[in-house]
Design a protein around this ligand. Structure first.
Ligand code: FES
Ligand code: FE2
Length: 440
């Protein structure tokens, strides 16, 4: 059981909290590269409880900093992004992407002290269409993590962001809860509707058993059930510090995918979804859409078409909490279990319905929740250790430990060890971000 006090530690992410401190020791994805145009409009970003702005300067460099001007705290969101920096419109002070004050326009030259003034800017990086930010100690910054899907050429990836109106952890827990697939997503579907055996096995037997293992980068589990063709059908997923998951979306050999649940604050989350275009065949996608009554992903308007610019307006779907996700009760009476069109939207509805921060002290957990309880335990231990004496998981300082993780499903002999099989398939897989195109 998770106590109310433990729940506080797990879910609070602001500055000075144990979990917020731990999160800040890792690079986190902040935005899509397409959200910032050279000399374009500043964007409000809320990350780990901090209100920030992001902008791209005249040289293409992305700056992410406290939205409050260091002078008298006017919001730089209203600033002018011009000639290598952002200029506050209150008194004309100007800052570059690293936070250096370039101009103190309202101060006479002999009283100028711009070299002593710095906006609170965080280190940023950009790779393959993602903007990353490091919000911890700016003097001790590790390399970007080599998470497989983030290394793939961007034109080979489907990348999608979605806003979630709930705490980051319950969104992550939805990914470690594989038994919901046979209900939330396919509860009214006859197994024979699927032409491929992976989905058919998931729906044929909706009550899997689990095994778990801690890893250098976090945690992994395997859900298993007898396969219809004999042997065992395995679905393996990972949690990677501090807020990444790799769910089983496709056969292990080709499942180059990752998701991140980046806390905006304690009650709001930005989900990043990356899936290699070759991981699923067109037929598979079309079949799933037909069966589920909607697409896997519902797309939020692109950055250039956003109607609003508030802290919570990025990647917001037209189907959301305020309109009951446009639930179609007629559809729900048919073969769509939820009446919602879209698999990820179904996940969103159910995780947001638990309240912004689920009260874990009143849950009644079952053996099928073991992946969730084990992950919580690992995260709680890491947050407490960091708060106690600054001890970090090895992955914080050694991002190479993220290599070699991939979610996915596979078949194995009845007596085969699941981890041995996992590692064998990974070793045999020629499907890397670099070779993925040839493997399709
Ligand atoms: S508050 Fe920004 S320049 Fe004065
Ligand atoms: Fe789901």
């Amino acid at each position: 059981m998770t106590t109310a006090a433990e729940n506080e530690i797990l879910t609070r992410v602001g500055p000075g909290t144990p979990m917020g401190g731990l999160m800040r020791q890792y690079w986190i994805p902040a935005a899509a590269s397409t959200e910032f145009e050279v000399d374009g409009d500043p964007v409000r970003l809320k990350l780990l409880g901090e209100e920030l702005i992001g902008f791209r300067d005249s040289n293409g460099k992305v700056g992410i900093m406290d939205h409050r001007c260091p002078h008298r705290c006017a919001s730089l969101f209203f600033g002018r992004n011009e000639e290598g920096g952002i200029r506050c419109v209150y008194h004309g002070w100007k800052f570059d992407a690293d936070g250096n004050c370039l101009d103190m326009a309202n101060v006479p030259p002999h009283q100028d002290f711009k070299h002593k003034v710095h906006a609170k800017a965080y280190k940023t990086a950009e790779r393959n269409g993602l903007v990353w930010v490091f919000m911890g100690d700016q003097k001790n910054i590790p390399e970007l993590p080599p998470i497989e899907a983030t290394l793939a050429p961007p034109d080979r990836m489907n990348v999608n962001f979605q806003y979630r109106e709930c705490n980051w952890l319950q969104a992550v827990e939805g990914e470690l809860d594989t038994s919901h697939v046979g209900f939330l997503h396919f509860g009214s579907v006859d197994a024979n509707a699927f032409t491929e055996s992976h989905s058919r096995n998931t729906v044929n037997n909706r009550a899997p058993e689990y095994v778990t293992a801690e890893t250098d980068y976090g945690f992994m589990y395997g859900a298993h059930r007898p396969a219809e063709e004999g042997g065992i059908y395995w679905r393996v997923a990972h949690f990677l510090f501090p807020c990444w998951t790799m769910p089983p979306l496709a056969p292990l050999g080709v499942d180059v995918a990752v998701r991140a649940y980046v806390p905006m604050d304690d009650e709001n989350t930005m989900m990043l979804i990356m899936l290699h275009k070759g991981a699923r065949t067109e037929n598979h996608v079309a079949l799933r859409e037909d069966i589920s009554g909607g697409p896997d992903f519902n797309y939020a308007p692109p950055p250039t078409d956003r109607a609003n610019t508030g802290w919570y307006d990025r990647w917001r779907l037209k189907e959301n909490k305020d309109n009951d996700y446009l639930i179609d009760r007629e559809l729900q009476r048919g073969h769509n279990y939820t009446g919602l069109r879209g698999l990820i939207l179904q996940d969103q509805m159910i995780t947001e319905s638990m309240e912004p921060i689920v009260d874990r002290s009143i849950e009644v957990l079952a053996p099928t929740d073991i992946a969730i309880t084990q992950m919580r335990r690992a995260v709680l231990r890491a947050a407490k250790n960091y708060a106690k004496d600054g001890t970090l998981p090895a992955s914080a300082q050694n991002p190479d430990l993220f290599k070699g993780a991939r979610g996915g499903h596979f078949f194995a002999d009845k007596d085969a060890n699941w981890l041995d099989t996992y590692h064998r398939i990974m070793a045999e897989s020629a499907y890397t971000p670099e070779t993925a195109q040839a493997a399709e």
